[in-house]
Design a protein around this ligand. Structure first.
Ligand SMILES: Cc1cc2nc3c(=O)[nH]c(=O)nc-3n(C[C@H](O)[C@H](O)[C@H](O)COP(=O)(O)OP(=O)(O)OC[C@H]3O[C@@H](n4cnc5c(N)ncnc54)[C@H](O)[C@@H]3O)c2cc1C
Length: 591
């Protein structure tokens, strides 16, 4: 079982050199954000991640959670880890100081979360879901609710949940039928919800459920959904806890992975709740939670893949099997070209995923903190376009990478003892919750590309063209990367043209090609990040940077990505351009 070591050096590379702290710290409330400050935050996060949270990971998986006499019991060490986490102020990192937070930008909160998630993925869901609920409150709740609940949530004394799914309403939230009846100053919430992450536990004093429900006179479909705050324990006006609300945990789900995370079936039986935001505007409030959470799932994918990689790398250096290619001495498996291919497939994609996720978090900060509304909109449009790609592409790639991590262990990967299988099982959820890959792909092609006639995407493609034009092709590796990226963008442009020219004549086209479109764009954008990273690495090597080995390794990772992974863009593009005919040809009975 390998240790987890936070990849602070690569995180700093992305933050400082790829995103650029000099620009970031010109934003409102970001003045003190510099290299030293971030490095010290990440080093402290790495300490709590490796020393306090990571040791709870294996027990979390083995013991799991259980429901006994109506109480959710958690694995050993969870309470101590949570207490240390909130004592360190980590829970409120990205939240406003007026509620007790530290007001740091998303660009810093995201690598901290990567560390926490890699340390113990199951445990970290408690913090992540709380943060999503807090974000929705911060933006949509009235002052009274904010003042009563947010300080306790930011401090970590209360946790939060996202309560959307019902058995008949998963991807299709229009079908949800939990009700909210007005009564005096509040509402009575009634309905059953499934799959609620950390819906119940005793780790915090109270749990604040953010529940989607329908008012009596609500319109049909998603236009009739409202958001309600429903506490496990009612909270008195002075902040003290009152009686238990009518919220009950019916059962816990038995799952393929994330065993150390309570996934609850919850019953709300005329529970007291309070409206958050405007009536029937729950969908917009929900998207505040979901969009942050979707970028968060991209970040999770980086985290689990990194953990899986560290473990596979340690095994590859240790496991002796076979001989050198000339039949000489016995060697560790890292000497075999195919094992190197697997390791580089992991390393190169983890690094570009990290670049993609952190860059999107930076766009989020620019969209929230830029001075002009024009700049806010420009960056907001980029976040909107990138969100389904970050969620969909990173989580799909994470499946492949954690599977490779297991494969590198050979038979021992299939045996639970090594721990490689846990990452593979845990990672499986990332393409499902917060909207499946199919739903991300629909969102990308339908809402983010066709709706604005491809304008936001064209702007992104222009940015990639600009990078291509600035690459130093005198360097042979950069020239290789430039060649692959230029060919890839051509392929994307012809697929985009095909979609724009045919989607109105072929009603199934958008749905049939959306997955391939998402994967094609994710791969291209990752290639863009690889090109930018490679250019920086070359500059650093040429200027005699002290950590030459790091930059050489970075450059090889980028080269590997451009040569071995980026060409997938052509395959995705080609299948997009074949249209929907075969996909839709069979009748239901012919399947
Ligand atoms: C471990 C776990 C934790 C979860 N945590 C939470 C939580 O905290 N809060 C919460 O509210 N929910 C939570 N969920 C629920 C999760 O968000 C849903 O499971 C997910 O959104 C998919 O919904 P579904 O399961 O109903 O699948 P379905 O919607 O039935 O989808 C089944 C398949 O059909 C496809 N599909 C469905 N509709 C379309 C369409 N229109 N176009 C194309 N393809 C489509 C999907 O992509 C999928 O492949 C959790 C789920 C799990 C398993």
């Amino acid at each position: 079982m390998s240790q987890y070591e936070a990849p602070v050096k690569d995180m700093m590379f992305v933050l400082d050199q790829l995103i650029g702290l000099d620009d970031l710290n010109k934003l409102k409330d970001c003045e003190g954000i510099n290299n030293e400050f971030i490095e010290s935050v990440l080093t402290s996060a790495a300490e709590i991640g490796s020393e306090v949270i990571a040791p709870t990971n294996v027990d979390g998986d083995r013991y799991g959670v259980s429901l006994k006499n109506g109480v959710v019991e958690v694995p050993p060490g969870y309470q101590e880890a949570y207490d240390k986490y909130i004592q360190g102020g980590w829970n409120g990192l990205g939240f406003k100081p007026e509620f007790g937070g530290q007001g740091l930008p998303a660009t810093i909160a995201i690598p901290v979360n990567e560390i926490i998630m890699a340390a113990n993925f199951s445990w970290s869901h408690l913090a992540l879901l709380s943060q999503a609920a807090m974000r929705a409150m911060e933006i949509h709740a009235n002052d009274e609710l904010k003042n009563l609940y947010l300080p306790k949530m930011v401090s970590g004394k209360f946790s939060g949940t996202m309560v959307l799914t019902e058995s008949q309403a998963g991807s299709d939230l229009a079908a949800l039928n939990t009700t909210a009846e007005p009564e005096e100053q509040h509402y009575k919430i009634t309905g059953q919800k499934i799959f609620i992450t950390w819906g119940d536990h005793e780790l915090t004093d109270n749990i604040i459920h953010m529940v989607l429900a329908r008012l009596p006179d609500a319109p049909e479909g998603v236009k009739g959904i409202s958001l309600f705050l429903v506490p496990k324990y009612l909270v008195n006006a002075d902040g003290s806890l009152g009686k238990r609300n009518r919220v009950e945990t019916v059962s816990l789900e038995h799952k393929l992975g994330i065993h150390g995370c309570a996934t609850c079936v919850m019953n709300y039986d005329a529970a007291e709740g309070y409206l958050v935001g405007q009536p029937n505007q729950g969908l917009a409030c929900m998207f505040t939670m979901m969009n942050d959470a979707r970028i968060g799932v991209g970040n999770e994918s980086v985290a689990i893949a990194e953990r899986s990689y560290q473990q596979a790398l340690a095994y590859a250096k240790d496991r002796i099997q076979g001989t050198t290619h000339d039949g000489g001495k016995r060697v560790s498996i890292i000497h075999h070209p195919d094992v190197r291919r697997m390791l580089l497939t992991m390393k190169s994609q983890i690094e570009v995923m990290r670049a993609m996720v952190y860059s999107t978090a930076a766009e989020l900060d620019y969209s929230r903190k830029s001075e002009s509304t024009e700049d806010q909109k420009r960056h907001g449009d980029r976040v909107d376009l990138m969100t389904p790609i970050v969620k969909g592409w990173c989580s799909e790639v994470c499946q492949e990478l954690t599977s490779i991590g297991l494969q590198i262990h050979g038979g021992m990967g299939y045996i639970e003892e090594t721990g490689a299988a846990q990452h593979f099982r845990d990672a499986r959820i990332t393409t499902i919750y917060e909207g499946t890959t199919g739903i991300q792909a629909n969102d990308l092609v339908g809402r983010k590309i066709l709706k604005d006639k491809g304008l936001a995407l064209q702007t992104l493609l222009q940015d990639i063209e600009l990078t291509i034009s600035e690459l130093d092709t005198d360097h042979s590796i950069i020239a290789r990367i430039e060649h692959e990226l230029s060919e890839s963008i051509e392929s994307v442009n012809s697929s985009l043209n095909y979609l724009m020219n045919h989607y109105q004549d072929d009603q199934h086209l958008a749905g049939a090609v959306s997955y391939n479109f998402l994967m094609m764009l994710g791969t291209l954008i990752a290639g863009w990040q690889a090109a930018r990273s490679a250019q920086i690495a070359v500059q650093q090597i040429q200027s005699g940077a002290s950590d030459r080995e790091f930059y050489e390794s970075k450059l090889v990772g980028c080269q590997f990505f451009a040569e071995q992974i980026l060409p997938k863009v052509h395959a995705y593009g080609k299948s997009i351009r074949t249209g929907s005919a075969a996909t839709m040809a069979l009748s239901e009975d012919q399947f």
